[in-house]
Ligand binder design. Structure first.
Ligand code: NAP
Length: 255
C-alpha cells in the first residue's frame, strides 16, 4: 500500500532525476507520477508511474490533485513553461493540504568574451537580427513552437534545432532543420557551428549544463548570442536543483 503520492510535473532532466531518486530513496513508501505535456513524440522512460497530456487548466489540475490523492507536487517543468507553473500554483492553493515546490535551475550568466543581445521574448529576439548580413546563417535553439516569430527575417538563413520536425505552417522562408535532443556535447557543437558557418545564435536562457556548450562555442567563435530572458519566476517555494528538491520533500514528509 502506497503511503504518499507525489506528482512530478516533468519534461526536463530534473523531472526524470527526481522520479529516479525518490523511488530509490523511498521505495513503495512514496509513489511518483511524472506528468508530461505530450509535446514530443518520443519521451524518455521514467522510473515510477507516468501520465501524458494537459489536465484541462487550473480546474482540471485541481480536480486531478484531489481525485488522485496527491500530497506533494514537484514542478520540474522547463523554466519557460510559464503557463503550467501559474496553473499549478493556483490549483494547489485551491486544494487543502497539497504542498508545492518549483525546481528552477539557475540562469546562464554572460561571461567575459560573450556578446549577448538580451530579448524579452521571441519577437524581440527576431528584431535583434535586423541588419544581420544577408544570407548569414543563424542558429535557432528555441524549440519549434515559436519559429514563426522569425518569418519577417527574409534575408537570413536559419538552421533550427528541434526535437521533432515542426508541423507549424508559418515558418521563416529560408529555414532548415536539425533534429536532436540534448544533452549536446562541446565537440559536436563545435563541429555543427563550423559545418554551417553559424554567424549568430538565438536561444532561451534555459540554464543547466545540457545545452550550454553552444554558448562556449559562440564565445570561441566570437559570434553574438541573442538570449531570450525567462518569463516570470513563480512566487511560491523555489529550489534550484534536484538535491534541494529532495531535501524539501524529506522535510515536508517529516512534518
Ligand atoms: P506551458 O506553456 O507552460 O503549458 C501549456 C499547457 O500544457 C499547460 O496549460 C498544460 O495544459 C500543459 N502542460 C504543460 N506542462 C505539462 C506537464 N508537465 N504535464 C501535463 N500538462 C502539461 O508549457 P510548454 O512551454 O508548452 O511546455 C510543455 C512541456 O514541455 C513542459 O512539460 C515543459 O517542461 C517541456 N519543455 C518546455 C520547453 C520550453 O521551452 N517551453 C523546453 C523543454 C521542455 P492544461 O492547461 O490542459 O493542463
Amino acid at each position: 500500500m502506497y503511503k504518499q503520492k507525489t506528482l512530478i510535473l516533468g519534461g526536463s532532466t530534473e523531472g526524470f532525476l527526481l522520479a529516479q531518486r525518490i523511488n530509490s530513496t523511498y521505495g513503495e513508501a512514496v509513489e511518483t507520477v511524472t506528468s508530461f505535456a505530450g509535446i514530443t513524440k518520443i519521451r524518455r522512460a521514467v522510473v515510477g508511474c507516468s501520465r501524458v497530456g494537459g489536465f484541462g487548466g487550473v480546474q482540471g489540475l485541481a480536480s486531478y490533485l484531489q481525485t488522485e490523492n496527491i500530497s506533494y507536487v514537484m514542478d520540474a517543468t522547463h523554466p519557460f513553461a510559464a503557463q503550467i507553473k501559474r496553473n499549478v500554483a493556483e490549483a494547489v492553493r485551491s486544494v487543502q493540504g497539497v504542498k508545492l515546490v518549483h525546481v528552477l535551475r539557475p540562469e546562464w550568466q554572460a561571461q567575459t568574451g560573450d556578446e549577448w543581445l538580451l530579448a524579452g521574448d521571441m519577437a524581440q529576439a527576431a528584431h535583434c537580427l535586423n541588419g544581420f548580413a544577408k544570407n548569414s546563417t543563424v542558429f535557432l535553439a528555441v524549440g519549434r513552437k515559436e519559429l514563426a516569430a522569425f518569418s519577417g527575417c527574409g534575408s537570413i538563413d536559419f538552421l533550427a534545432r528541434v526535437i521533432d520536425p515542426p508541423q507549424e505552417r508559418e515558418l521563416p522562408s529560408k529555414i532548415s532543420f536539425i533534429v536532436g535532443r540534448g544533452p549536446f556535447g562541446l565537440e559536436a557543437e563545435r563541429a555543427l557551428f563550423a559545418a554551417h558557418d553559424i554567424a549568430a545564435v538565438v536561444c532561451k536562457n534555459s540554464g543547466g549544463d545540457g545545452a550550454s556548450a553552444k554558448l562556449q562555442v559562440a564565445r570561441e567563435r566570437k559570434i553574438p548570442v541573442v538570449m531570450v530572458r525567462r518569463p516570470e519566476v513563480p512566487t511560491g517555494k523555489c529550489v534550484s536543483d534536484v538535491g534541494a528538491a529532495l531535501d524539501w520533500l524529506e522535510q515536508e514528509m517529516s512534518r
